[in-house]
Ligand binder design. Sequence first.
Ligand code: SIN
Ligand code: MN
Length: 205
Amino acid sequence: MKFFRNAIKPNDQSDLILMISKLVDKFPFYTPTTPKFNKPFNMKITSAGLWGWNSDKNGYCYTRKHPYTNSNWPKIPRKLINIWNKYCGKYEVPNSCLFNLYEFPNSKLGLHQDKEENDFSFPVLSLSIGSTAIFKYGRTKNKLNAIKLESGTIVIMEGASRLAYHSITKILKTEDNILNDEKLNSFPPHSRISITLRMYKPNSK
Ligand code: SIN
Ligand code: MN
């Protein structure tokens, strides 16, 4: 697992937020539900790229369309592809981009592995904007490290860490949250957005 603090400068974070704020006008954040029990997650999602990640009572899957508007996902914004190329340039560009919206103080994401992509030779790159989050991670479920993910931090899971377990256990109220800017679409106060870039390979089975 690799962490790059202050990888995205404040101006670039603002540009990304502006871009997300426009994207969610047409592709709104929605609350996914858990496999089988159909219980709402404690955070909201939306996507870009050929494939968007989704969860509902039938399980986790990648979909071509926003499940509520039924439109195909928009292209992954160029700015995000440029970030991928800077950190993961030896790999093909990703075909899936997930945006998670965490509201202060209650949003969280349970311990999981990213393993619906079918080909784990591609890394997973995520970046954090807004309030700081507590991120736990480890090779096994019962031996976890904790680290704070501040706005502008990039996390890369690649090689031996590609299938690491990880979770977001808490959103901290953070001074000068860039998401609180009034010019932007109204994100809930003190919230956090994570952006995850991945390559999904549909199974040919
Ligand atoms: C995720 O694992 O889907 C997101 C992690 C994060 O919010 O940083
Ligand atoms: Mn994940």
